[in-house]
Design a binder for this molecule. Structure first.
Ligand SMILES: C[S@@+](CC[C@H](N)C(=O)[O-])C[C@H]1O[C@@H](n2cnc3c(N)ncnc32)[C@H](O)[C@@H]1O
Ligand SMILES: [Zn+2]
Length: 257
């Protein structure tokens, strides 16, 4: 991780300021060490350049299950997802370009993708001129795949964080655009996750939520989640279904302070 990420990070629980302890660097990048919360004294390790901001509160039943499943799925996620999308008749490239276009990214924007996974949306952010892209995920193995890709493709300005959507380790009002990149139906607490995503979004910034809807999710009306938990300090700009209602994209704007 680069030092610049420290300007964005805070304690996921008490949101207190962090200080660095026993930090090692290679080529100006922090590779290992600890982050200590000045307020509650919680300690977060940095391993292979990735801060691990996971806390026990992240691991409700559904999040634990997601973590286990995605840790196993990580090495084959990219080829399988792409084939699955082709098999049900939509192009992954068009889908990801459509999602990212809804974020209306401007030069110098700071972007957060919650549920970044293996980073399949990142090339579409990089086509725009963002100042910084931060990807967060609960699965260590998904983040590991993303890190390998980042190194192989020489991604610039991309930072990765291990953490969960419900307890974001970021200061308030710091990201211009935030994406919840799939899986909200499977969060332990989607309501808290949406509130957290809006908290870290700058006033007038955008939160985009997309989700793939399987038959079960359609039956359970999981597409209603964004509206059901819409924060009072955000307005819904658009809600659209794509690919024969197999995907929805909801776009919210955070109100001015
Ligand atoms: C379907 S994948 C989407 C990955 C990526 N956004 C994409 O479009 O390819 C869902 C991701 O959400 C992550 N995830 C699930 N629950 C989470 C939570 N509560 N907090 C953070 N990440 C979570 C999983 O580990 C997984 O990597
Ligand atoms: Zn703390």
């Amino acid at each position: 991780m680069r030092e610049v990420l420290l300007n964005f990070l805070c304690c996921p629980i008490c949101k207190g300021e962090l200080k660095t302890v026993k930090i090692s660097y290679i080529d100006n990048e922090i590779t290992s060490g600890y982050l200590l919360c000045k307020q509650c004294n919680m300690v977060f390790p940095i391993e292979n350049g990735i801060p691990n901001m996971l806390v026990k509160q992240c691991f409700g039943l559904k999040n634990t299950l997601s973590k286990v499943i995605y840790d196993l799925y990580a090495p084959i996620y990219d080829p399988i997802e792409s084939r699955l999308m082709n098999a049900i008749g939509f192009s992954e490239k068009i889908l990801r370009e459509t999602i990212v276009s809804r974020m209306n990214i401007k030069n110098d924007d700071c972007i957060l993708e919650i549920c970044v996974g293996t980073g399949a949306n990142i090339p579409f952010f990089l086509r725009r001129k963002c100042r910084m892209i931060v990807g967060l995920d609960i699965s260590k193995e998904m983040i590991k795949q993303c890190l390998l890709k980042a190194k192989r493709l020489n991604w610039k300005n991309v930072e990765l964080v291990l953490g969960c959507a419900e307890y974001l380790p970021f200061k308030s009002n710091v990201f211009d655009k935030v994406l919840i990149g799939g899986a909200i139906s499977y969060f332990s607490n989607p309501h808290l996750a949406i509130d957290e995503a809006i908290r870290v979004t700058k006033p007038r910034g955008l939160l985009v939520i997309f989700e793939q809807l399987t038959i079960l999710e359609k039956l359970l009306r999981r597409d209603l989640i964004p509206m059901l938990y819409k924060p009072t300090n955000a307005k819904l700009l658009s809600f659209e279904y794509l690919f024969r209602k197999n995907i929805y994209i909801a776009t919210f704007q955070k109100m001015s302070l």
